[in-house]
Ligand binder design. Sequence first.
Ligand code: THU
Length: 131
Amino acid sequence: MKITELKEKLKFAQGIYSGVKVASCAVDKDGREFFGVNCENAAYPSGLCAERSALFGSVVHGSHIGEFKEIHIISNLNKVLYPCGACLQVITQFLKRDAKVYLYNYDLSETKEYFLYEVFPFGVRDEDIKN
Ligand code: THU
């Protein structure tokens, strides 16, 4: 994934109330890239983060839930922004447990790379809700 391409997506982000613009790219096991941006709404809770926008949006393109290998997240802030709890739970459903999470601040002076299990070790998985 080209970070310059992800950064360009920030111009589409709808951070219209908070001023925070976020873009995300989820990469599946075949290297297919799915982009998303945050979309805020006048009814605030109806908005959606960039990560879930990318992941949910991938489904109609035939992406394989549970087999993503990476997710990349950039914002217009000068420090890295960590995914919210709701996104981490959805990321857990879409990504492999040993998948990577990459975070970037706006000017790319700060980048972080984690395994998903490091940032969200106790996410609920399919097998957890079966007897
Ligand atoms: N946001 C994201 O899109 N992803 C994150 O990782 C954290 C926060 C959005 C939600 C909201 O539109 C704005 O950033 C401020 O919280």
